[in-house]
Design a binder for this molecule. Structure first.
Ligand code: ADP
Ligand code: MG
Length: 253
């Protein structure tokens, strides 16, 4: 079966800093994969490249059969708008810092992209948004503004907003790192429910190891732009093979 995500020899530099050096990585359709690793190792860069928020210098990226590539380092690749549009419709992303539109109500935050990007009828988008807000437990907040919500509530809106585009791939970049500890559980609960959706592909960066163990099909330890070690979570956490993986796990557990 073709993977839904395929990085092939992707090189990404910021000036003189090489963050990804011939990076190879595949995710299968419906797979739930967690990336863990030290700060600055390039995890967010991987997600941002997938979301087309970052260009890269060399290699090829394929997302749901749409490829995106840069032949041999002729500067940052600029894909056509049509091409980027297709990828962005297939991939959703939830950020550490929520990134809701502050001047829009919760409902409008969720309705806006399907109307503007997918050209969905507003009534249809609203009824779907209402359903999604119910799913994340926020039916009673739809007319509030983001600033009136707790961090956990804002993040749940951000998840509903990403789902409103019906993405095939959902990316989470440390979705609970900015939250007070007592608010982490409500966000993980929503992500856990999503992880039971067979067709949805999920790529999650997190420091919540117990959660990673529970929801992932595969855990990848990422360091200095490379996957050092990966495997099925039970094996990965109980018997890590590489010294760097062990060192990292003992530093955070
Ligand atoms: P992680 O998410 O694992 O903490 P990042 O992907 O954010 O790591 O960053 C990887 C490296 O790239 C870090 O050294 C970071 O400082 C650098 N970096 C990230 N974004 C930029 C940028 N826009 N400009 C320059 N350097 C960046
Ligand atoms: Mg990061």
């Amino acid at each position: 079966m073709n993977p839904i995500i395929r990085f092939q020899n992707v090189t990404k530099r910021f000036g003189a800093l090489t963050v990804l050096d011939n990076f190879n990585f595949e995710v299968q359709r419906g797979e739930k994969v967690t990336l863990i690793g030290p700060s600055g190792s390039g995890k967010s860069t991987v997600l941002r490249i997938l979301m087309t928020l970052e260009p890269f210098q060399d290699g090829l990226l394929e997302t749901d059969g749409i490829s995106y590539h840069e032949p041999n380092g002729r500067g940052p690749f600029k894909a056509s708008e049509k091409h980027l549009h297709k990828i962005r419709c297939n991939v959703g992303m939830v950020f550490q810092s929520f990134n809701l539109f502050p001047h829009m109500t919760v409902l409008r935050n969720v309705v806006e992209a399907p109307v503007a990007v997918l050209k969905m009828k507003r009534e249809e988008a609203e009824s779907r948004a209402t359903e999604l807000l119910r799913m994340v437990g926020l039916s009673d907040k739809k007319d509030h503004f983001p600033s009136q919500l707790s961090g956990g509530q804002q993040q749940r809106v951000a998840i509903a907003r990403a789902l409103a585009m019906r993405p095939r791939v959902l990316l989470f970049d440390e979705p609970t790192s900015a939250l007070d500890p007592q608010l982490v559980g409500e966000v993980l609960g929503v992500i856990r429910d999503l992880a039971s959706e067979h067709d949805l592909t999920m790529l999650l960066v997190t420091h919540e190891m117990r959660f990673a163990r529970e929801v992932s099909d595969r855990v990848c330890f990422f360091d200095k732009g490379r996957i050092v070690e990966q495997g099925e979570p039970e094996r990965f956490f109980s018997n890590p093979q590489q010294p760097r993986t062990r060192e990292f796990l003992s530093s955070i557990l």
